[in-house]
Write a protein that binds this ligand. Structure first.
Ligand code: BTN
Length: 267
């Protein structure tokens, strides 16, 4: 398939006011998030660093993110929101919503979200999001936010049998894949209005859009925090995007994304 990832192509699909107008495409790098921290720290808000391939793609909880050449979209978006960490707690959920909306617009399929940052299609993870911050101003705002997005367009389970149960791709659900340029631009197009609203302090609609796509609400799950795991029912989502769960003793817990992961009770 003719899927050349070029700035020109991407810009032709871009409808944003400021996100993605400044961008760079690397053919191969360790990790676009790492590269931003090392070499693009002064990049302006909206700068996007893409890679055809990553050799050390990173995910949450120090996990690796597989990024084979040409099979996915791997990019980091630079933001300078000048807001406190608390105000930015919905940045990762926002990115997950934007990815889902972009896929829905371009591919006419409706992905879901596994709290907090994974996009799922047909029961498999197709996208992960890693948000990182750098520096802190005197008023407690991060100097830089890096939103790293990795989305599988193709994934061959035979090549990675150890991931075959959990990883999937857009190709599993569509006959004709969109180009990476089209889908990347669609993600940025969906991201910007939600981001503008978040910066204005308006997050009700975003929270609802996130809730609507969440897989776990009302379901039995297993909560894993470090070595400890326990069964629970997922009852709600707080305004900060934290998950409220009730354990078998009836006690309520508010889970923050940090070191916790959840899985369906029967998985
Ligand atoms: C996760 O699955 O927990 C998050 C994965 C995030 C992967 C993206 S790919 C672009 C950017 N660079 C990285 O090293 N990670 C993010």
């Amino acid at each position: 398939m003719n899927d050349i990832l070029s700035s020109q192509q991407l810009l032709s699909f871009l409808q944003t006011k400021r996100l993605g107008h400044s961008l760079k495409i690397l053919s191969c790098t360790d990790s676009t998030n790492t590269q931003i921290k090392q070499n693009y720290k002064d990049a302006p808000e909206g700068f996007v660093l893409l890679a055809e391939q990553q050799t050390a793609g990173r995910g949450r909880l120090d996990r690796k993110f597989l990024s084979p050449k040409g099979d996915g979209i791997y990019f980091s978006l630079v933001l300078r929101p000048n807001r406190s960490m608390r105000d930015l707690s919905l940045l990762t959920p926002l990115a997950a919503v934007a990815v889902c909306e972009a896929i829905q617009t371009v591919c006419q399929i409706a992905p879901s979200i596994k709290w907090v940052n994974d996009v799922f299609l047909r029961g498999k993870k197709i996208c992960g999001i890693l948000t990182e911050t750098c520096g802190l101003s005197s008023d407690g705002c991060p100097a830089l936010c890096i939103v790293g997005i990795g989305l599988n367009l193709r994934f061959n389970p035979a090549t990675y049998p150890e991931l075959s149960r959990i990883a999937g791709s857009i190709a599993d659900a569509v006959e004709t894949l969109p180009t990476r340029a089209q889908l990347t631009a669609a993600i940025l197009n969906a991201f910007e209005p939600w981001y503008d609203a978040l910066i204005r302090g308006e997050s009700e609609q975003l929270l609802q859009a996130y809730r609507d796509r969440l897989l776990c609400l009302g379901k039995k799950i297993t909560v894993q925090t470090g070595e400890v795991s326990y069964p629970a029912i997922c009852t709600d989502l707080t305004a900060d995007g934290n998950l409220v769960v009730q354990d078998q003793q009836g006690d309520m817990h508010v889970l923050q994304a940090g070191e916790i992961c959840i899985r369906p009770a029967n998985a």
